[in-house]
Write a protein that binds this ligand. Sequence first.
Ligand SMILES: [Zn+2]
Length: 438
Amino acid sequence: MANRLILCVLLLIISPWLLGKELVVLHTNDFHGHIQQEGKYAGAAKIAAFVKEIKAQHPAVLFLDAGDAISGTPVSSMFEGEPIFDVMNSMDYDVGLIGNHEFDHGYKKIERFRAIANHPLLTANAFGPDGELLGDAPYLLLNLNGIRVGIIGLITETAPTLFSPTGNEGLTFLNPADQLSELVPMLRPKTDVLILLSHIGHDAERLLAEEFQDLDLIIGGHSHTLVQHPARVGKTLVAQANHYGSHLGLIKITLPDTGQRAPLVIQGDLIAANELPDGDPATQALVSSYEAKVEDQVDIKIAFLRKNYSKTELQPILENILAEAIGADLGYYNRTGIRDVLSAGEVTARMIWNLEPFGNTLVKLTLTGADLLILLSQEPSLHHAVDAIDPERRYQLATNSFIAAHATLAFGDTITAVDTGILVRDILIQQIKANGLK
Ligand SMILES: [Zn+2]
């Protein structure tokens, strides 16, 4: 009798979940144009095949992207990001987000991305010069198989420091927490599941989760963080799927069938590229048609490497190449601007495009050691040249146009900048072809 009672109580406790509906959320972030399968990166076709499978099996599926879809490969760079949104249509995304790299070709280009994409691109806190919202909407309210879902889109407030000022004049980025203070209380009563689609970075996203416990789930991006299982912060889960399509996030949300707000059961995992099925043929055909337009130019062998080079190892080597190219005292290549590592074996021009997808030019900056030290203090870790710099001396520095533009904004007339107009990428390809990496 006692056993039966325990069983009944147990059933009462778990029955809401047994009867409950399920929402499946699939997610990517920081895809950076990696439509073609390459090494650890799945490519669009394999992801599309998996999404298709899941959508066929479940009545309520959402496929989300958390921003920075473009900039990172030759196809993206040569055609200014547009093909990536075309390929994303074939992958059947439901909702996307504007990340900082969506500004790489100037904010006006975002209108084109919005026109190409079949899915809405959200942002609640990015505005153009006339105060116009730069996304399709600040948030969405959807009903999926009777489940009321709210999705809010936010980008990091630091975005202006992360893209070129040219073509991005007069933009405003509002504080994400301020936006959530308004939106969360407004949307919570209208939703069973409230999601923040965020391009803010994992640490900051965890802080937002702490502050806004009425969010059920944060699908994050920007910091390229591999979060194998969504991190629990109080009642809120915070997910992120690394970068470049190396992983696809899969989250199952089970709703209690009570009609009332009750705890959701949320479980998630990342699926690595090698665990995904064979590529979807239609998506692969589209990817191949774009790749065919660039392969003659980029699939060219330029060198052979005996070892792997990490970004930390590449930084001083690339800096030397820039300095030597214009006879400067020093080179500075920002670590976050080195977008890929180089692996032992054959090096192709494509790999240098992947490393420098932005099309930055080489600039000679003349500045004091003191200003140079301020510039280098922006690095994520201590720059290797810091100890050798004399604050009193003036230096000629070889750097890229991204750093030069931000330095000019920060220091004004105390520095001079001369843009050579030569692409950093071209110099790297030329030098690595002539001398290897040294
Ligand atoms: Zn980003």
